[in-house]
Design a protein around this ligand. Structure first.
Ligand SMILES: Nc1ncnc2c1ncn2[C@@H]1O[C@H](COP(=O)(O)OP(=O)(O)OP(=O)(O)O)[C@@H](O)[C@H]1O
Length: 279
């Protein structure tokens, strides 16, 4: 049995003449312990896909199965690191993480909860800011709180919706390594949604492109046959890395070109003359 399975999943927003099918016929299987990355252009339906897997949205047709059961709601088993931080503005960094930990471990003692909060806030290098509120933090700091909050809940599956996009290269690299450490140490399953091919190759076992929508669908998958732990500085000289990177980029550029030529339609504008200008 697959750990996560999407069977012929389609998602349409709107109704009647306003209906747009954003995702069409998505088939995806992820095995327990795998790290899969989906790369896609902006607006191609990546967040929609995450929300379907997380249980925030129901597909218009098809099925999303988690450990063989249909996904009907959100669950602590699937922890999502969102793109847009989604922190509670009236709570401090520590309180934001605390609330999540308490929800995930309702029977834990105060001491255990506090220790876990401190551990994860330290992991994202925010201990000095533990008593600050989101408005006092930079975008990157808020994103780090969001990473700490999701990982502190100890989810079985980590789902990441472009979680590191707003960060500087150094912080981004550190967090990639922290996420990999947690994934491999605790034998998690991970799905990373990204627009960064290098991030995908560094982190994942497989990369699957999401062809841009409307009617976005998954393209062919690329296996990353590079031994772990991977070393970023050595990757540039790794032949397998170069070959895989070129193949993915060539594929993405190909669909980018297709998209451009499809949008070269000429739209005729109606001939209108404002009344005030009529001679
Ligand atoms: N609730 C909604 N109602 C109507 N249309 C929506 C809704 N949510 C998303 N869309 C549309 O679906 C398409 C895909 O959106 P989605 O947010 O899933 O893409 P994305 O790949 O995550 O984009 P980005 O990279 O910009 O975050 C977009 O055209 C968007 O306007």
């Amino acid at each position: 049995m697959a750990y996560l399975e999407l069977k012929n999943v389609s998602m349409t927003y709107g109704r009647g003449a306003n209906a747009t099918e954003v995702l069409s016929n998505i088939n995806l299987t992820i095995e327990e312990g795998e790290f899969v990355a989906i790369v896609g252009f902006t607006g191609s339906g990546k967040t929609t896909l995450v929300n379907l897997i997380n249980g925030l949205l129901k597909p218009t047709s098809g099925e999303v199965l988690f450990k063989g059961e249909p996904v009907v709601d959100t669950s602590h088993e699937r922890g999502v690191i969102f793109q847009n931080y989604s922190l509670l503005p009236w709570l401090t960094v520590g309180q934001n993480v605390h609330m999540a930990v308490k929800e995930a471990f309702p029977k834990a003692s105060k001491k255990e909860i506090n220790a876990r909060v401190e551990e994860y806030v330290a992991m994202v290098n925010l201990s000095p800011a533990i008593n600050k509120r989101p408005k006092e933090l930079s975008g990157g700091m808020r994103q780090r709180v969001s990473v700490a909050r999701a990982l502190a809940m100890n989810p079985e599956m980590i789902i990441m919706d472009e979680p590191l996009g707003a960060l500087d290269a150094l912080t981004r690299g550190n967090l990639q390594d922290e996420i990999l450490k947690i994934w491999s140490k605790d034998k998690r399953t991970a799905l990373l949604i990204t627009n960064d091919v290098d991030e995908g190759i560094y982190m994942a076992d497989r990369i699957i492109p999401l062809k841009p929508g409307p009617n976005a669908t998954l393209g062919p998958e690329f296996n990353i046959n590079i031994e772990r732990p991977r070393d970023k500085t050595e990757l540039n000289d790794n032949l397998e890395y170069k070959k895989t990177r070129n193949a993915i980029i060539e594929y993405l550029m190909g669909i980018g070109e297709e998209r451009k030529s499809a949008s070269k339609k000429i739209y005729e504008l109606p001939e209108l003359t404002p009344k005030s200008f009529v001679a």
